[in-house]
Design a protein around this ligand. Structure first.
Ligand code: TXA
Ligand code: MG
Length: 352
């Protein structure tokens, strides 16, 4: 692949400098690739209505062509030309959760290129809650197509350094707007079928959605450990967020988890393996051996979401052979965290 000159710009994350946002928007209008921060993870953006530009996204990431992209808008009104119709539920959800980490599926209009939807008749759209992202979209004057700005298969980037690690020389611009808040990709919700279905769990949780659409359900493949269940969202079928090391995730009572991880760590260390332990604030002092990193606090699970992908990348940097990770409860944001851990470990989840 031809090497692209990558321009890196640092932009103020609270009050983005207008001239810098305009520079990014100019790149988007020219059909170039611009990586930018959102409140969830960094996105790799291109003009969503320009097929040639969107093709470059797939090339830069090494992304399979059958995996559709999310269009990012800067206002609710922006969605009208992109969709066939908007249900009452969708109107209510957009008003309540946008801008924010909720992606909605709509029946697509003709205006949306097929490369965005990978040939599906639905299009995924969200309005990110980040001033840099919103400014970039608004000033580009078009929806921005953006997958997470990582190499396909790697953990999503939660800082500009992660983007640089994966995409330097492959994109035209990287906008550094600090570390992302949520740290996990948006919730993907399908409203186009009879039963509203969460296809990917995120920071807008099942519990949040139930208060508005009580009949909402979760796609079974999100958590269940079975190869028989085919995910409805194409992206969910790939091994994702994967560290270079093998990974085992332990679930159950915290005391049992700590005990079992200690036993396993001892065993792997006796085989001369470098062991990483993904612990929590509450347990990190109890292991005594291995490379121990606290991913966040069980009392504030948002911190675990915020740090998860960075922690996986840290273990890679330390070149551990195996990661032994504590799991979390399957409620609220815990569902999204466990979904990512399941994928990062290739389904190696052990009940204790
Ligand atoms: O938080 C996020 O959503 C980030 C930031 C950059 O906005 N973006 C992101 O995009 O995570 P990506 O491409 O890495 O993940 C999009 C997910 C994939 O699992 C994809 O299969 C699914 O959304 N998706 C997109 N369009 C779809 C559609 N029409 N039907 C079903 N799933 C769809
Ligand atoms: Mg992704």
């Amino acid at each position: 692949m031809e090497k692209i000159e990558t321009k890196i710009i640092k932009v103020n994350e609270i009050n983005p400098e207008e001239e810098l946002i305009l520079e990014g928007a100019k790149f988007i209008k020219e059909g170039k690739l611009v990586a930018f921060p959102t409140e969830t993870v960094y996105g790799l953006g291109a003009n969503g209505l320009n097929e040639e530009a969107v093709k470059e996204i797939f090339v830069a990431k090494g992304r399979p062509q059958d995996n559709p992209l999310i269009l990012h808008v800067s206002s609710i009104e922006d969605i009208r030309p992109l969709v066939k119709s908007v249900s009452k539920e969708a109107e209510i959800l957009m008003k309540k959760f946008w801008p924010g980490p909720l992606t909605l599926l709509f029946k697509k209009s003709k205006k949306v290129p097929n490369i965005i939807t990978a040939g599906l008749d639905t299009v995924a759209i969200r309005m990110p809650n980040n001033p840099i992202a919103l400014g970039l979209i608004k000033n580009s004057g078009m929806p921005i197509a953006a997958p997470s700005a990582n190499t396909s298969g790697k953990p999503s980037p939660t800082s500009a350094d992660h983007v640089i690690e994966d995409l330097y020389g492959k994109v035209h611009m990287i906008i550094d707007g600090g570390s992302t808040g949520v740290g996990l990709e948006s919730t993907v919700l399908d409203l186009t079928e009879e039963i509203p279905m969460i296809l990917r769990p995120g920071a807008i949780t099942l519990e949040d959605l139930q208060s508005i659409i009580p009949n909402v359900e979760e796609d079974l493949s999100i958590i269940k450990n079975s190869n028989d269940i085919v995910p409805k969202s194409p992206g969910q079928k790939y091994r994702h967020y994967a560290p270079k090391a093998d990974m085992l995730v332990f679930v159950g009572d915290v005391e049992n988890m700590v005990m079992e991880i200690k036993v396993q760590a001892k065993e792997f260390i006796s085989q001369e393996k470098t062991v990483g332990i993904m612990a929590t604030e509450e347990t990190k002092d109890r292991y005594g051996q291995g490379i121990i990193i606290s991913v966040g606090s069980r009392k504030n699970m948002e911190t675990i979401g915020h740090n998860l992908f960075n922690t996986i990348r840290l273990f890679d940097q330390k070149e551990v052979d195996i990661i032994l990770a504590e799991g979390v409860e399957l409620s609220y944001i815990g569902t999204a965290i466990m979904n990512r851990l399941k994928k990062a470990s290739g389904g190696n989840i052990i009940k204790v």
